[in-house]
Write a protein that binds this ligand. Structure first.
Ligand code: ZN
Length: 43
């Protein structure tokens, strides 16, 4: 098992777009990737 995992960004639900903004603005939490890497065991 890897120590870290790639998960859907909770801020944009994996859409990669900023919440409440028009399409075009990348989500600041995941930089528009729609995914975030989280560490297991403390995070
Ligand atoms: Zn995001």
């Amino acid at each position: 098992m890897p120590a870290t995992g790639e998960n859907l960004c909770p801020a944009c639900s994996g859409k990669g777009k900023g919440k409440g903004k028009a399409d075009g603005d990348a989500c600041p939490e995941c930089n528009g990737t729609g995914k975030v890497t989280t560490g297991i065991g403390g995070g």
